[in-house]
Design a protein around this ligand. Structure first.
Ligand code: TYM
Length: 329
């Protein structure tokens, strides 16, 4: 059976970008294969974060996974830090990735630009090593992610191929799986920038109430002219709203353009708000239920157990290949 893995970093409140890029599709993917879905809590430590915030965000993300329709009896939902093999494999894999490769990563370049040299933690630099370990431990075929993570998955493929070449087949080489519509949702206040939880200007948050969502979309930056047309270069604001509408209505961009032909920006934004609200309000209800019932606790305990079964076997295989002796079994 096909295996699928993805993760979200609990650094802030999730956005509509995270939802459209990944969360929305998880329940469909559950029908395609065995899912390993985790909260990348060790990755969250790469930027300064308060301990209470990290714990709360981790629980929230688990509840978001449940609200997205994942069935914890089928999919394995777990905390990265609950499966020590992630950290252990990262220590091994770091020797097969090079400084040059890591310094070319866009995420590293963007995030380190915002920090003073003496405040750039080593973890931001080695981030893709841990991410490659997250993926390779589970022998997965596909990794559903937004476009911004594709470069990291490519690097994971490189290290897997490099390792396999040196030691013989050890890792399955996974592929990134990116949605055609909605792979990069942009900020509503600056549609040339990605909607991002680490730079929350112009974000719609998954827990925003109806009034806030409507206000944010109605005041979203649009472009000169009045035509509702998908043209990222000349009409980035309109193109972004069209993408949001198309992704949440499960239609193509062309169908969305056709739908809005002859309409004005006011009606357009109202309909985009309606579609976002009718997706997020029931989602929020399911999130609250998962939080209040503490359903997340059982999900995380069971998920970690299942994840460890697979991860420990892979790590053992790697250790054997590279000559680390195990006399304990
Ligand atoms: P993170 O937490 O930044 O984002 C979670 C997922 O949401 C996608 N995403 C978006 N998609 C569309 N439009 C946007 N504006 C947008 N913003 C975010 C991201 O691409 C991602 O798929 N490094 C990862 C977490 C991670 C991971 C992994 C993912 C750690 N290990 C192994 C997959 C496999 C991250 O920081 O995602």
């Amino acid at each position: 059976m096909k295996r699928i893995l993805t993760g979200v970093k609990p650094t802030g409140t999730l956005t509509l970008g995270n939802y459209i890029g990944v969360l929305k599709n998880l329940k469909h993917l559950e029908k395609e294969g065995e899912m390993f879905i985790f909260i990348a809590d060790l990755h969250a430590l790469t930027l300064p974060i308060e301990s209470e915030v990290l714990s709360k965000n981790s629980i929230d993300i688990t509840c978001f996974y449940l609200a997205a329709g994942l069935d914890p009896t089928k999919s394995h939902i777990f905390l990265q830090s609950d499966v020590h093999e992630h950290a252990e494999l990262a220590i091994i894999l770091q020797n097969y990735l090079y400084m040059g490769e890591l310094s070319r990563m866009t995420q590293f370049k963007d995030q380190s630009k915002k920090l003073k040299d003496n405040a750039i933690g080593l973890g931001i630099f080695t981030y893709p090593v841990l991410m490659a370990s997250d993926i390779l431990l589970y022998d997965v075929d596909t990794v559903p992610v937004g476009e911004d993570q594709v470069q990291h998955v490519e690097l994971c493929r490189d290290v897997a191929n490099r390792f396999n070449k040196r030691y013989g087949d050890t890792f399955i080489v996974p592929k990134a799986q990116v949605n055609e519509v909605g792979k990069r949702i942009m900020s509503l206040s600056d549609p040339t920038k990605k909607m991002s939880k680490s730079d929350p200007k112009g974000d719609i948050f998954l827990l925003d109430d109806e009034k806030t969502i409507r206000k944010k979309i109605m005041s979203a930056v649009t472009d000169l002219g009045s035509e509702i047309k998908y043209d990222v270069e000349n009409k980035p604001g309109v193109s972004n709203l069209l993408t949001i509408y198309a992704a949440l209505s499960d239609i193509s961009i062309e169908e969305a353009e056709e739908h809005f032909k002859g309409k004005g920006y006011g009606d357009f934004k109202k309909e985009v708000s309606d579609v976002v609200i009718s997706e997020l309000i029931p989602f929020q209800e399911r999130y609250k239920k998962a939080l209040e019932s503490k359903e997340y606790e059982t999900a995380l305990k069971e998920g970690a157990k299942e994840a460890r079964k697979v991860a420990s076997k892979t790590l053992e295989r790697v250790k054997n290949k590279i000559g680390l002796i195990n006399l304990n079994d």
